[in-house]
Design a protein around this ligand. Structure first.
Ligand code: WT7
Length: 678
């Protein structure tokens, strides 16, 4: 590898890999034209006549979870030491442990063990922001990158158990950095490279990370994002940080005292690094997500259980076959990127797409031009993107060849009927399964999904329908009783334990228990509400707590309120969601000012939006700001958000009973102001 490092030279060109993949492509195409069975068949159970249908295997996974999961863990993962205890779980106590006594390494499972069979095949296709540009990285090249970064981190003092913050765009070095952490036993904490300096600092501090890996700049939709500058600002507030590695994406900027060029440091290292042997329950990574109270929580995932679940779901939900190209367009800053860009696909030896861009750059045909060029068999995206694209017209889709597509997945928010039908009929030409998957950062992988299922089983719009293997959903009422039968609603809980579930909130196990295990003892509580239809399928009705879902991004209302309340003119605020055509949910802020104020309201609204942008991220900015004379509160001082939600949704005649309010007249004043939003 050349010593003057430049992004292309790190990754290199993979001609052999490309040729290989082309061969595989032909093979894959022919096989899927001949027969398209769903992956209900498990080689592990092929000699057992009782375990042939999907329903039999699903029942078995619930009735004999130890046998089901241990068989799969042994046959699908590569262990350095076999486990002796399948699980040690007590759901009442939120105590979850799997595969105790076993040792393995995630990077060995994702990369090393494919080298003999798939070394020259493409592991990563980096779909760069620059339209039409892609770079291919073979498994062998990925291995070299991972080993070099591992050696680099070790040389700079990063040790097993240390936390490493990764603030990088979706790119091969980002994936190699995640896997390098895994190789040396460090816990990665990827922070979406769109979060502000303050949000990043909060996450670095909470994790007490000493190491940050970033890039000089990110590039998205043709615009440069000054990532290093953001990191500099964060690091100035984080005394824990000892070193920052900077990947050269655009070649801008200079390095400071504790900064190192990732490219140069990698070039100095050997591409052999012995993997650390990790216990099954050692943390693989943590990932921050929003909750209903102020501070984001670092959801911590284990090594063995998480890997097995990500691997199983990527394979079986999408019926993935080696040689196919898997196009999950999520950013690695979210759990979808972790499980379905990185871990799931690589564990299965897949070719996975790293999508650096956005769906409308240079135009609304981006995904479909990419589908044609890369011959993708699988797409996995968000309902928000679909709703945005369908408004741009069918031509952006139909002018490209999408005949390679087989499975069309979707995640993050409810997939409404219109978007479902457009995805199925226009994008997929009616040939592909549309798979609406429900899951969460905390669940590690997909939990409710129409596939796998019995061959040809129906897929209905508007719901993820069926539980995955090992998942026993339960709907629970306010008294904590499980609601039985069909055509019922309740809090969406899961009463089984599965290997991929989160183990704790980093540094705050009590909050973990309070959030997920105390509300309904004996159940994992998701925070969502759901309905079981007449036919027994699951349909998600939305969050039951003060968490918003804006374009598939999870945001706590309290996080936004904390920022608004810091403006000196603001006395208090309340943030709620309202139905938004494209984003699913929009952000509506009710802001109460302190008596006299000089600033014109439009200016104040701009300032408030600016504050949210700098302190959280641009996607957290309120769409609507209403300056209210007061907030509707109960006599005990609790804000009645139910009322604010109705005002925000423009349904002032559905306010319901306001008599328990301390001052019901506030509501009339707010409704009157409803026209004057900023
Ligand atoms: C929340 C989890 C899991 C990856 C992306 C988001 C909502 C997720 C669906 C779906 C309706 C969905 C839920 C959930 N959600 N998938 N198919 N239908 N709602 O991960 O940031 O952890 O958010 O997203 O409200 O609780 P996340």
């Amino acid at each position: 590898m050349a010593s003057s490092m430049h992004c292309k030279s790190i990754i290199g060109r993979c001609t052999v890999g490309l040729r290989r993949v082309n061969d595989l492509k032909v093979a894959a195409c022919t096989s899927w034209m001949q027969h398209r069975p769903l992956s209900t068949k498990f080689p592990e159970f092929q000699n057992n006549p009782q375990l042939q249908s999907h329903d039999q295997i699903y029942q078995f996974s619930l009735e004999n979870p130890d046998q089901f999961w241990s068989t799969l863990a042994r046959s699908r993962l590569q262990w350095s030491k076999d486990f002796d205890t399948v699980k040690d779980c007590d759901i009442i106590k939120g105590h979850i442990k799997w595969f105790l006594g076993g040792q393995l390494n995630a990077s060995v499972n994702c990369v090393d063990r494919h080298l003999d069979t798939l070394g020259d095949s493409t592991a990563l296709i980096w779909e760069k922001d620059e339209p039409g540009t892609e770079e291919h990285v073979s498994y062998r090249q990925l291995s070299q990158m991972v080993n070099r970064i591992s050696n680099m981190l070790k040389k700079h003092g990063v040790k097993k158990g240390d936390r490493v913050a990764i603030y990088l765009p979706t790119s091969p070095v980002a994936i190699a950095s995640m896997l390098a952490c895994a190789r040396i036993g460090a816990v990665h904490s990827v922070v979406f490279a769109g979060f502000s300096a303050e949000a990043l600092a909060g996450r670095i501090e909470d994790a007490k990370a000493e190491t940050v890996i970033t890039a000089d700049e990110g590039v998205r939709g043709g615009r440069k994002i000054p990532l290093k500058k953001v990191v500099d600002e964060s690091v100035s507030k984080c005394p824990s940080v000892k070193r920052v590695f900077v990947y050269r994406r655009t070649g801008m900027g200079t390095l400071g005292k504790n900064d190192f060029s990732l490219d140069d440091e990698m070039a100095k290292e050997s591409d052999v690094c012995d993997p650390e042997l990790m216990e099954s329950e050692d943390f693989l990574f943590m990932l921050y997500t929003s909750g209903s109270t102020g501070k984001p929580k670092g959801i911590a995932h284990s090594t063995a259980g998480y890997l097995l679940y990500a691997m199983m779901t990527q394979k079986h939900v999408f019926d993935y076959k080696v040689g196919e190209r898997f196009g999950c367009v999520a950013d690695i800053g979210w759990i979808t990127g972790h499980s379905y860009v990185v871990y799931g696909p690589l564990l299965n030896g897949a070719t996975t797409v790293l999508f650096e861009s956005n769906p409308i750059y240079p135009d609304a045909g981006k995904y479909w031009e990419m589908t044609e060029r890369l011959k993708l068999e699988h797409m996995y995206l968000s309902p928000t993107a679909l709703r945005m694209l369908l408004k741009e017209g069918d031509n952006f889709v139909t002018k490209y060849d999408r005949s390679s597509l087989r499975k069309l997945g979707c995640v993050g928010e409810p997939l409404n009927r219109e978007a479902f039908e457009w995805y199925r009929d226009v994008v997929g030409g009616g040939r592909c399964d549309v798979i609406d998957t429900w899951w969460q950062t905390e669940t590690g992988g997909i939990c409710i999904t129409p596939r796998p299922s019995e061959e040809g089983a129906p897929i209905l719009p508007g719901m993820p329908m069926r539980p995955f293997y090992g998942i026993a959903p339960a709907l629970v009422d306010q008294k904590g009783e499980e609601v039985t039968g069909n055509d019922v609603k309740g809090a969406l809980c899961i009463k089984s334990v599965w290997p991929g579930m989160a183990r704790t909130i980093y540094g705050d196990h009590q909050r973990f228990l309070n959030t997920y295990y105390t509300p309904y003892p004996g159940y994992y509580f998701s925070g969502d509400g759901a309905r079981r239809t007449k036919s027994g399928y699951y349909q998600i009705t939305g969050r039951m707590d003060d968490v918003l879902n804006v374009s598939g991004h999870r945001l706590g209302t309290a996080e936004i309120e904390d920022v608004l309340d810091d403006q000196e003119e603001v006395a208090e605020s309340a943030v709620v969601g309202y139905p938004h055509d494209i984003k699913g949910e929009g952000i509506y802020a009710f802001v109460v000012l302190k008596g006299e104020h000089d600033m014109p309201l439009d200016k104040l609204a701009n300032e408030l939006r600016g504050m949210v942008k700098t302190r959280i991220s641009s996607f957290a900015q309120p769409d609507m700001i209403l300056f209210a004379p007061g907030l509707p509160k109960t006599r005990s001082g609790k804000i009645m958000r139910r009322i604010l939600r109705k005002v925000a949704a423009n349904k002032p005649d559905e306010l319901g009973d306001t008599s328990t309010l301390f001052d019901p007249s506030v509501v009339d004043a707010i409704v009157e102001k409803h026209e004057e939003v900023y």
